[in-house]
Design a protein around this ligand. Structure first.
Ligand code: VOV
Length: 248
């Protein structure tokens, strides 16, 4: 029987993707729009404070293409806190001008594939920090959900642990080539959402996102066992950028 790898789980994660109803937004009064912008900036400021206190983290990016106009990614110690924030945003003035086009519920996950015999990775401060990460405010984001294939001879879940460990090691070697260029946050979502993991990549240079995703397609773990959902890519939005982003 193939053995399940143990996971270490950190902060809970919500990816909330919204489309703006630009024609309703245009029809709103200037006062209404100003209030909505101020309220969003206050929310972002609050999330920044939480991040400063190491009690959670957030990212806010505009998105390219038709699927959504922006993404909010939130990390909190409990699912309950995430639910409260989701509700608070839904009750905000701006939310009334948006529709949710995609969302994703998961938890920051590290697996123990690379753990050495007799070692407790939770004693490593670097590992503990990665479970409660401060999301980088790099220029670009890329988010997509993925599964490991379970089809005929290509069934990840039927592979023995050693083989999976070897394939994950190959994967990590490709990933390490992108040190300083790509920061990845992997969240697990089995039982929480439709796909098994979410991948969120941050980059200074958007082309590095294309390069890593392409290069990883040749790693057996992606080539043979990777199944991918929709990709979302976008540009950083700071609190100060909000008025210009929403100006009409
Ligand atoms: C910056 C790049 C980078 C680096 C260094 C990196 C390294 C690592 C390590 C060391 C490990 C295993 C231990 C752990 O930490 O969990 C992982 C784990 C994982 N990865 Fe990864 N990954 C990267 C990047 C990276 C990308 C771009 C993708 C998407 C793959 C693609 O084809 O689009 C990905 C996926 C995953 C997944 C889904 C998992 C969990 C799989 C499971 O079965 O448990 N990952 N990953």
């Amino acid at each position: 029987m193939p053995e399940a790898v143990e996971t270490m789980d950190g902060w809970y994660c919500l990816h909330d993707l919204r489309k703006i109803d630009w024609s309703a937004w245009r029809k709103a009064s200037q006062e209404e729009r100003d209030e909505a912008i101020k309220e969003l900036q206050d929310l972002l400021t609050k999330w920044e404070e939480v991040e400063e206190n190491r009690e959670g983290s957030y990212s806010f990016y505009s998105l390219m293409g038709h699927r959504a106009d922006f993404i909010i990614m939130l990390l909190r110690p409990t699912m309950k806190e995430l639910g409260e924030i989701e509700l608070a945003f839904n009750k905000s003035k701006l939310a009334a001008f948006t529709t949710s086009t995609y969302s994703y519920v998961s938890v920051v996950e590290l697996s123990k594939y690379m753990t050495k015999e007799g070692e407790d990775p939770m004693e490593n401060p670097g590992v503990r920090a990665r479970l409660k990460p401060r999301l980088p405010k790099w220029e670009h984001i890329c988010f997509y959900p993925m599964d490991k294939r379970r089809e005929g001879n290509d069934n990840w879940y039927m592979l023995p642990m050693d083989e999976r460990r070897e394939l994950m090691y190959e994967h990590s070697k490709t990933g390490r080539k992108y040190a300083g260029k790509i920061k990845q946050i992997i969240t697990g979502s089995m039982g929480f959402d439709d796909w098994e993991w979410s991948v969120t990549l941050f980059a200074h240079d958007v082309l590095e996102i294309k390069k890593i995703v392409y290069e990883m397609r040749f790693d057996v773990v992606s080539a043979r066992y990777g199944e991918f959902g929709p990709f979302y890519v976008g540009n950083l939005l700071t609190t100060e950028d909000v008025p210009a982003f929403l100006e009409i």
